[in-house]
Design a protein around this ligand. Structure first.
Ligand code: PMP
Length: 375
């Protein structure tokens, strides 16, 4: 008998539970509403800038500091370049931030229902995590979180609007958390903020412990380019740069730097496409409610909905059979919800048509099961 192949993984690698992103299958005619991408293309100016960058050649390394991109982001948000950090998608920015700020002796606080990558980073770095339960409406309980933070913590992480619920907190509530935790970093992940929530960027000047993280994957329709950024006072940004320069000097290639800067500068495209997503979200919410779904109030480019009489996993599977992809999380508290990205109006109509058919079929098979009434 041959020996089994030895495991070459380190004990730490073996113990990891990696994040599982939503699937990206190649199915013709697919209505893809499972990973919160933008249904519209990115700014044509971004595409032009990428083409120009290609023409300028790729034989040299890119600018390790992404100077022009950081300047464009700083201008857009009324900040200084020293208050801007950029990374290869906001996932990378988050990963570096967890390393830079949260490896402390106390636990890191974040909601029990939130972006599941936060838990993965804590496991990766061996950061102790303390999950704060969201309330019955699946909203973050800010008072409980602030009270807990007051007793000491490694920091707070929250997504605003939260994922996968879409529920947003007003800025004043973020400020309560910043005050409760003045010695530690409060990281506000604003991946979806452009779809209707209030940004905490205006608080940066007053709170040295605030780090706001954004992505170009959602409201800028550049998920394929991989660009995210963090905003905060210069010492926090310097902390991130220390970690980045100990890991990868060139996280953003030439194409990403050029395309992202052009996208940031194209205000008109940004306003037009985000308005279309917001408008479609409102229509989609009403149509889902008409079908009997309960839909959480969303300020994001997705809705989180459940049907009181239909199993979410079965609905997701039935939609998939009809080439409509939505996201279902087999997780406590949210296992009966579907997270549905807001697509184009046509994509949302296709989803609604498929759901109508599925719900009709369920009803028919239930009636057949009960059988004709006797008597
Ligand atoms: N934060 C949240 C809350 C998200 O949902 C996502 C997307 N999965 C990200 C961050 C990461 O986005 P990206 O890496 O594409 O910038």
């Amino acid at each position: 008998m041959t020996n089994p192949t030895p495991s070459f993984w380190s004990p730490r690698a073996a113990a990891l539970e990696p994040y599982v992103p939503g699937e990206q299958p190649r199915i013709t005619g697919l209505v893809k509403l499972n990973t919160n991408e933008n249904p519209y293309p990115p700014s044509p100016r971004a595409i032009d800038a990428i083409m120009q960058a290609v023409e300028q050649g790729l034989e040299r390394y890119p600018d390790p500091e992404s100077t022009a991109l950081r300047a464009a982001i700083a201008r857009r948000h009324g900040l200084d370049s020293a208050q801007v950090f950029v990374g290869n998608g906001s996932d990378e920015v988050l990963a570096l931030a967890f390393y830079a700020f949260f490896q402390q002796s106390a636990p890191l606080l974040f909601p029990d229902v939130t972006y599941s990558f936060y838990r993965v980073y804590t496991q990766l770095y061996g950061i102790q995590a303390e999950l704060q339960p969201v309330n019955e409406a699946l909203a973050i309980d800010v008072d409980a979180l602030a009270a807990r933070a007051n007793r000491g913590c490694a920091g707070i992480v929250l997504a605003n609007p939260n994922a996968p619920t879409g529920i947003a907190l007003p800025c004043a509530r973020i400020e309560a958390l910043l005050r409760a935790c003045p010695q530690r970093v409060v990281l506000v992940d604003e991946a979806y903020v452009d779809f209707g929530a209030e940004s905490a960027i205006g608080l940066i000047a007053r709170y040295p412990n605030l780090l706001v993280v954004h992505t170009l994957s959602k409201s800028r329709a550049l998920a394929g380019l991989r660009v995210g950024f963090a905003l905060g006072q210069a010492p926090l940004i310097e902390g991130l740069a220390r970690v980045k320069n100990s890991f990868n000097s060139y996280p953003l290639d030439r194409l990403a730097q050029a395309g992202a800067a052009a996208a940031i500068e194209d205000r008109a495209w940004f306003e037009k496409t985000r308005a279309a997503v917001i408008d479609t979200r409102e229509g989609l919410t009403l149509q889902l409610e008409d079908l009997g779904f309960e839909v959480l109030p969303s300020q994001a480019n997705f809705v989180f909905a459940r049907h009181p009489r239909r199993d979410a996993a079965e609905l997701a599977a039935a939609l998939r059979e009809r080439a409509v992809l939505v996201r279902h999380f087999r997780q406590p508290r949210v296992a009966q919800y579907l997270r549905i990205s807001v697509g184009t109006r046509e994509q949302c109509s296709a989803l609604i048509d498929a759901l109508k058919e599925i719900l009709r079929t369920c009803l028919r098979s239930e009636m057949a099961h009960v059988g004709p009434k006797s008597g």
